[in-house]
Design a protein. Structure first.
Length: 320
């Protein structure tokens, strides 16, 4: 019936948009119709876009063109949220994602705009919690604890960097749910997704969250490169590593795999994320792991070539 995506961190607006677009490409069900999107920039500007049909394809337009990227201000927003489903929902669509540029925004799935026991829309009540100084998690908990049989899940994003989502007790009893949360503390990035009745569930939520986080975290910037040449002998050791000379040409390769030390093998003795040493100190970590032909521990070729250049990044990539 609906999918909701919320994110806080670098390029949160672009992350939410690309996550929705990715979800539409692989899923089946109530998606690709209406979408209402809200983003808050670092300087406190609230930006909105909405569509009744076409989802991510028609959410942003340029003249006569659909299917375009969001404007830069939205891409670079620090907080963003969207709810999307099938076509033609009741106007105004902004009711599905109430937002305040001073505190954050609230989206959700199922019917987050439905009225709770206090006479207010559930998502509006959660936003009011943010205005009172509650965290995203506390605001969501307060509303759903008071409305266990509401037909809604809420997802709040506060401007202190909090993202939180939860289903009501009623919705949590459904068979068709997806819920995923991903974050990178290093990058200050956080994303959460709620979905129901959109196949495949529950895996679509996980994929959608991964897409969003990947946009926010991005590919590490290369800080330099080294060269590895055929003819080298690979050593066996407790840690995969590369040692280079003063010209940044590899003079020592170490693998942890004893199975490739004898005979002919097509393998990856150079592992992505391996430390690269020069004069006893680490100068970076490898970003490429070239498919290598080994014969009795000697490098015959790398990706079919006699030498390959490998970019380095400043930090060892961490599992999310």
């Amino acid at each position: 019936m609906t999918i909701a995506i919320g994110a806080y961190g670098p390029r949160a607006g672009q992350a939410v948009f690309e996550a929705l677009r990715g979800a539409e490409r692989v899923s089946v069900g109530s998606i690709g119709g209406f979408a209402t999107f809200a983003a808050i920039t670092a300087d406190g500007v609230l930006l909105r876009r909405e569509t009744q049909r076409g989802g991510a394809t028609t959410l942003f337009t340029a003249g006569e063109y659909t299917g375009v990227e969001p404007p830069e201000a939205i891409k670079n927003a620090v907080a963003a949220g969207v709810i999307s489903s099938g076509p033609d929902r009741p106007e105004p669509l902004a009711q599905f994602v109430p937002a305040d540029e001073a505190v954050g925004l609230v989206t959700g799935h199922r019917l987050p705009q439905s009225v709770g026991t206090d006479g207010r829309a559930l998502n509006v009540a959660a936003l009011e919690g943010l205005r009172l100084g509650l965290s995203a998690a506390a605001a969501v908990e307060r509303v759903l604890d008071a409305n266990p049989e509401a037909d809604a899940g809420l997802l709040a994003v506060d401007l202190r960097g909090g993202v939180a989502a939860r289903n009501s007790a009623r919705v949590q009893r459904r068979y068709d749910l997806g819920h995923a949360r991903r974050e990178s503390k290093t990058h200050g990035a956080m994303v959460e997704v709620l979905q129901n009745l959109i196949r495949p569930f529950p895996s679509l939520a996980a994929l959608t969250a991964e897409i969003a986080l990947d946009v926010m975290v991005g590919e590490p910037t290369a800080i330099g490169s080294i060269v590895v040449k055929a003819g080298m002998t690979v050593e066996l050791g407790p840690e995969a590593l590369i040692e280079v000379d003063a010209n940044d040409v590899a003079r020592r390769l170490v693998t942890t795999d004893p199975l490739v030390m004898k005979g002919a093998h097509i393998c990856a003795p150079i592992y992505a994320g391996s430390p690269v040493y020069r004069a006893g100190g680490i100068i970076g970590y490898s970003r490429l792991e070239p498919i290598t032909e080994l014969r009795d521990g000697r490098v015959v070729s790398l990706i079919g070539q006699q030498s390959v250049r490998i970019d380095l990044v400043a930090e060892r990539p961490a599992r999310r």
